[in-house]
Structure formats: C-alpha cells, structure tokens
Write a new protein. Sequence first.
Lengths: 992, 85
Amino acid sequence: MSEAPPARGNPPPGRLPPGPTCQVDFSRPLDFTFLGRGVRGFAGDTVASALFGAGVRTFGRSLKYHRPRGLYSMEGESSNTFMAIDGVPNECAETTALRAGMSVRAQNVRGDPRTDFFGLIDPFDRLMPAGFYYRLFHRPYGFWPLFQNGLRRMAGTGVLDPQRDHVRDGLRAERYMNAEVAIVGGGAAGMSTALAAAESGLRVCLFERRPWLGGHLAWRVRDFEGQPLYRRAEALARRLRAAENVKVFTNSPVTGVWGENLVTGFTIGAEDDPFRECHWECRAKTVVVAAGCMDRPLVFNHNDRPGVMQAGAAWRLARTHAVRPGWAAVFSVADDLSLEAAVDLADLGVEVRGVADAREAGRQDPAVVAALEERGIPLLPGWAVSRAMGRRRVRACELRPLDGGGSSHFQCDLLVANGGMQPRIGVLASAKAKLSYCTHTHTYQPAELPPGVFAAGSMTGLRDPRSIEASGRLAGCRAADLAGGAASARRTDTARRDADALPGPVAGCDIRHGPGIGRGAKAFVDLDEDGTYKNVKESAAQGFDVPELAKRFGGFGLGPGQYRVTGQNLAMIMADLRGDPVETATPTTVRPPLAPPSLATLAGPGHDVHKRTPLHAEQAAQGAVFRRAGPWQRARYFSDDVTCRAEIRNVRNNVGILDSSPLGKFRIFGPDALNALQRVYISDMRKTRPGRCKYSAMCNDMGHLLDDGVIVEEGDNDYYFTTSSGRAGATVEWFRFHTRHDGWDYNLVNLTDVLGSLNIAGPNARKVLQRVTADDVSNEAFRYMACRRITVGDGVRARCLRLGFVGELSYELHVPSSYSRYLWDLLMEAGDDLGIQPFGLEAQYCLRAEKGHIIIGAESEARVTLTDIGMGWMWDRHDTASKKVGAPALRACEKQPGRMKLVGFRVDEGQGTPRDGALVVDGAEIVGYVCTTRRSEALGWQYGMALVRDGNAANGATLSLQEEQKPGERATFSATVTSPHFYDPKGTRLRA
Amino acid sequence: MTFRLTCPVCGKRDIYEFTFGGQERGPRPEQEGLSAEEHFRWTQFRMIPCEPQEEWWYHAQGCGVWFRSTRDPGTNLEVEGAADE
Ligand SMILES: [Zn+2]
C-alpha cells in the first residue's frame, strides 16, 4: 500500500465518497458489459465491486438447487460470484480486477440470473438428498447416461469454449526463485516478519494475494496509539519497500508449500505487467505463514440469500471499493473485529439496526460496545440470526437468543453474518503442519510445525495490532537465525520478550449454527455444492459421520471454497451430531492448489522448444515441410503430395539426398569399452572389425527391443556407433545405468549434435560421391556395410558408412556439423545432372518399409521382443558371462506360445486401402494390428507389416483386416502373409 | 511432492533435474544357470519399505552421473549425511 490515495474523482450515485483507504480511482472509468448491457466501473474495482456498485445483487445460481446467489466474501471463498469473463468460465468476480471492455456473463443460468428457469428446482429438494448422485440415478444402470446428461445441463459450472486458444491468450510466464525466508501474507505480521528477517541481510520474498499490502489494517480507520490503523500499515509498507533485500509480490496467491519448503503460487498480471498470469516457485530455507483470518461462515436458515455477507466483505466493499453494501443492515457476528465493522459502516451512513453477538455479555471489547452505544445501535449478546427472509434477496431477518426464547424481526437489505474469525490454515496444512482444535480461540491451530516453518499474526489468535507485529518480528528473527542469517541471539530474545509482554490470543466463539436451524428451510454448510445442514445430518445418519466421509458422500468442501467455507463448520457440526466434544472435530484434508491458477498458466507459455539441424535453411529453400520428430524439426515432405511418389521414384531411379543429422552418434573408448558394448548390445560385439559396420540392437531387461544401429571399431577399445534418433538422448544414461555396479573404465561421448549426417541413396549415389572425393569408392574398394574415412571437397574429412536402409546403394556421410552445409551444396552440385533431389522422412519411411527394414516404435512396441520381431539371429545366445541386458528374458520367452510376431502382408487386389493401425481379426477376436501399410509404385501393390498372434502368422495365411474408415462404418480387407522383404529381397541393389 | 537430492558432483539440486533408477538391488545376477523366476524377481519385484532405502538417481539435467542416495520414501527426503559416505 502506498500513501493513502487522495479522494480521486467523483463517485457516481450508488457509490460512497472515497475515503482514505479507498483503492478505487473514480477519475478512471472502465466500461464493460454484463449480460450484454453496458456497465461502468472504475480503476481499482474488481468485477464484483463494479457490478454491485451498479446495482447487481444476483450474481449467479447455485449448483444443485439453482438458488439465487450474491456477493458473499469479496475473497473468492465460494463460487457464488464465479462468472464467465471474456468467454473464460469460472473466473472469480470478487477478486478479478476490472479491465475496460470485459464481457461478463452469469453462469449456471438460462438468461438472467434473477429469473432462472431452473430455479423451479429449489422447492423439490427432497428428490436430491445427500449422495443422491450415487444412490438414486445409478439404478437401473442403463438410465445413468440419460440422467447424467440432464444433470450436467442443469448442474453446470460454466462452459469451456474448446475453440479458444487459452494458452496463447495472454502471455503465461514462469519464474523460479530462491530465498532464505519466504513469507506468506503481506499484512502487519508478514511485513514485520520481512523487516526483521531483512535485518540479517538474507534474501526475503513476501507474497501477498491482494493487490496491496496491509492485511485487515489496510481498511481500518480506527484510532490506535494516536493514529488510524491504516497509517500503521502504510508505515510498515514504506519501510518494507525501502529494504533492498526484500522482494514483495502483490497479486500473488500461494498455491501450496511443498517438501523442503518449496513455495508455489502465481502472480496475476497488473495492467502494466507483460504477462496475464505468472507461475512461480520459490525454494526457501524457511517459510513464515502469516496468512491472517477470514470470517467463519454462520450456518443458519437461508444463509445463502443475496444480501447475506461476511463482515469482511461488507466492510471492504465500503472501505476499499467505496460501494454501499446496503442501506439497512443487521449484524449477527461473534468477534470484536466484526463489531468494529458495524460501527464503521454506521459511520459511513449504513443504518445498522441491530447487532447480535453469539458471545455472552461481557466478552466484548468495552471500547467497541461503547462506540455502538454512542451510535444508538442495539447490541444483543448471546443472540444470533435464525433466518433470512425474502425470496430473491434479503428483505428482513429474524434474530433469536441462543439459549431459547422469543424472536425479534428486523427489516434489512444487508445481513452481515459470521461465527467469528477462522485462520487461513490452508498454507500451514499444505506444509504438513499438524493442526489441532484450540478450545481457547475455537480455531484450528498448529500443534506441530515442520522444520523451518513458522506461523505468525492474527491467524494464531492475536488481535492487538502490537501483538500481531511483535509475533511477526519474532518469527522473522527465528526464521533468519535458522536460515543462516547474521545470527543474533539477543535480538531474537528481545523479540520474544516483547511478544510475550503483549496481549496473547483472544478467546473465540464456538457457535455451530444459528438457533432454530432446519425446520423446512435450507441452511448451507457448503455454498458451492449446495450442501445443507440437513444433508450433513443425512450423511451422518447413513454412517458417513466424519468430515472425510461426508465430503465423499455429500460433496461438502469439494467445490472451489474447499475447506475455507466448509471445513471448520462441517467438523464442528459433525462432532455435535456424533455427540463428541468439539475438540475431537477434524476438518477435511486441505488440497492444493489453495488458490486456483488458470490451467493455461500451468500449461505454460507454450513455447515450441525444438532443435534444428544444420541443414534446416537448405531444406526450407527446397520447399521442405517440417514436422516435429522428438526434439527436432525435420523435413517430412518436399511437396504437397503426402504419399511422396516423386521423392520415392527419384531414390529408386536416380539419387536422393536426406538430412539424417538427428541420428544418434557416439564414441566409446577406454579399457572397458568392449565390456560395456557387450553388456548393452545383444550381439557378440567381439566380432566387430575395423572398417566394417556391424548391425546390432539393444533390449531392456524384459527382452523388449529398444534400439538398433551400427557399430564400427575404430581402434583398440575405441568404437563409433549410431542409435536411432529417438534414443540419442537416453543412450549415455542407459550405458551408465547398466554398468553402474561394475566400476568399468570407459568414456562415452555423445556426438549427435557435434556431427551432421547426410545420406545419398539411389543407383547414381556412387557417381555423385566419386565426383566429390579423390578416394576410391568403387564397389571393389568400398563394399556394402563398410566404413571409411574419406576426404571430400576441399579437404573435409568424413566418416562414410555404406548402408542400405532404404534398399538402394547408399552412403551416409558424417562430418562436423559446421561442414554440413558445405557438404550439402557440394553434393547437390555434383549430382545436379544425375537428378539428385532431397527426400524427406515420409519417403524414407516408405522406402525402408518396402525393403522390410523396421523402425523401432513403428514395427515394434513396448511388448515386442527381439525374437518376436524376427531379429533373434543377432542375439549371442551362448554368452552368459557378459550378463547381456535382456538375454535371460529372451531365453524365457523365445518359445512362449501366443506371442505377437512381425509379418509382412500383401493386400489382395480389388479392395480399398487399409491404413496404419487397422486391426487384424480372426472371427470375433482381435489378433493383431497393422503397423505400416502403403501402396508401392515399385511393387505395384499394397504391402504392409503387422504384428499378429503367432497362430495367425504363418507364411501364406490369410489375414482379415478391419478398420473404421468413417464413424460407424467398418471396412474389411483380406491380405496374405508374406515375408516382409518385399522389395529386392536378395539385396542385389544394396550391393551393386 | 518435491524435494532435493545431493549430486556428488553438483551438490544439492532440485528433484526435477534427476531421473530415478530404482532401488539398489545389488549387481546384476550371474546369468549362468539363472532361472527365469530368479531373473524376473531381480528385475520386477520390489519391497516398498517405509524407512530409508538406498536408491539410484541420475543427474539427467546436470552432470550425467549415476549415484546412490539414501532417501526415506515416508518423508521423501534424503537422509542427512548419507551423501558424505
Ligand atoms: Zn550432477
């Protein structure tokens, strides 16, 4: 909070003159629409304060009974004022800052919330007892979808627009911080904590959910020690802003405190912030929770009527937003702060007709009692409200003594009700503090705090501003000492003595509910889920008589208000119903997030973080269409034709060039390099020879196929090997994991990004290569599966591997990434008259599939072993000494019946075209699925590979393929099992 | 759930930087004469104690070392001093 803002602008009719604590600037009007009609609010308004100021009283309809609901807490404690703002559902109008041009709509209503059609449901509540979802509509089960649809339409909580790009709508940011002391709450206690902790030179972060500092002092004008309370808060805030090592975050609700004191939350962007919402995490050595208090809702008949409000809400409407909360008010409260609110509202021109205080006479602060008397406001100690009257909003109420006796009626349009104050225990609970019921304050208090977590301020039951500040100072000293600040035992001792000398926690009130509860009227324990006192009784009668069970049965505390509105009341009422003493009452578990960030914020800023190969620009210039493949953007097509006929034809007939840079490339060397290879590769790796590529595979401990690639011996215990692109990132981890107990001495270097890779493939590949190198690359000098170091162009040294993945004569050239572009240009130029053209991943996919070369993940899946896929030949089954990863599993399941096998198939002529993923069926049984199927120009027919149960995998067997090509239309195809080596089965083209 | 681990190379770092390698279950069993039952017991079976256990962690977003850590799954926290051994 800055200096008290001067009265700014002239308020319109319906708004109060702005006082010294007003946050609204009436000189800055903000126009928006509500249900399509124009409404004017002002800078500093929330959506709810602007609507209330413009006369709106009914903000929405309740979930189950469609009862009208109004502004209740000004803190977003219930879903009463959840609205759709600019098409985003469930925005909390009470806390959402108003912006010009907003479009605000009510939720859960047909049309205007004042006259909602479904409001007719309310009188028929007997049809919906607690747990009705589970008990009523599930029998007969077949009717459930019918009921479900009807219920979903009636019991909505907003509609999400699936077309809208919620992530990119408004920038979402992230921030990660470290601090020695993190403070939750920017009231007097939190600020005092920060100032004390800052003295020791530590990094301090303070998080405050409201847009300003000061807590409840920020709107209190009562004189204390010669100055109004808000001035006291301002003085603290000024000192705080001057402290260099304190970082203050306003508009920043905390969502939870996690292991090792990680504080998470989010910051709602202000007008001048570059983000709409920012998720943050603060790793803190210590956490001080000074989250303050909120009104404990009072459960009484019709306590949900618009016009029934928490004391804090009515007070802040008037003092913070200069909105008149009502003309004639009745209070039914149970603590001195709420009595002060009654006095203050009276001073602001609200006619306070009566104040019931659930505490007996003599327990009130005499100064406030005198102030009420002075203003002629009748105080009724030992009384509480028994019901609110009026159908669409409060018109009157009935007060009764708690110990029985006659009632008193009051006409009013504002009914301020609470059962005293309850601490905001959510943050402590999420930090795993043990909470227990305190019979002095009648609140939940921390009985045991986790290491490095402290509690301070009014949440511990303190009310005297000096006590609150002293408790903050003490917590700040203790946190700083623990976090390794310039420790000063004397400072901490002084802080403790100061705090002890001041007034301690104030006695609270244990009122459970208003007098005469029930009797045909609804008294809500949970506003979000429409959970009534009667529902709690029903739940208890069914045996669900502890809050955790009642929560599941009746939905109490499941809504956005969570434990805050419902928690303590539900626990106390349940204890009563069981006949147990109140201190046995245990509230339901607090679940994070304690405040709801938008899902778009959690989804993140939506940056597409990817890698580009060194040849990205060259391929883009050739018309490449890029697609994401793992971390890479890779060229998928080089034309609009997604079947890539031209690219495929050119490789088969001339020569194509492919950027294969994402291929995993590694060097392993050192005394135990061979041992490591023997461990993770399934073949006998002693059989590698210098200058030769050995093809092998890796399995996991279950024998499932994980990766394949080639290994070249380059020296004694010095190897170069490739992995599939998808495994490049995991290979080092894999090697080191499976050799972690052996203490082997080897070095493994990931060269994937260091080296670029280019393939030239096709009958003309050798001609192209020979034109760029002086080395002999003839078939005699450079055989299939050989690996040579050659010099290309102006002296670039390249590893050249003669492989045949696509089924044609081909060479793979690995050069330092920085030479990739040079090599690309060189080859393109050399092959120009030979018809060299780039090809992409889809063409490569088809070319290798025609050849029957598998891609792991396409022709295999998590259940498929090396032997299932027909590659058992590479397994060195006699080697037990190397303890090969996967070997024992392969031994166990090699001959297991009923396993899936990889087969090739040819789709019989004269049918349609099945697609990847089509099912293989045998009668009514699914026996496999199609991995890949394409129509081949070279073959002239539709080929494919499928994983099918071994019983259906025999060569020549007929496969029945089934696929839903259009919704509801099942197409069937017949195919014949063949060898998957469709194209050039003898491999003469590779060796040419 | 969040906690930190002490990498022997990099020191105390956030859990997000590590990948889990499972409980320490001793070196790979000898494969000569190993029955399928024994093999699958070693690869698949785990006791889940609610007391400190020795685990393998990989500093994936850091230095890339596999290391043992003693951690209590009951509190999620690393057991103090274990990393100094
Ligand atoms: Zn590390």
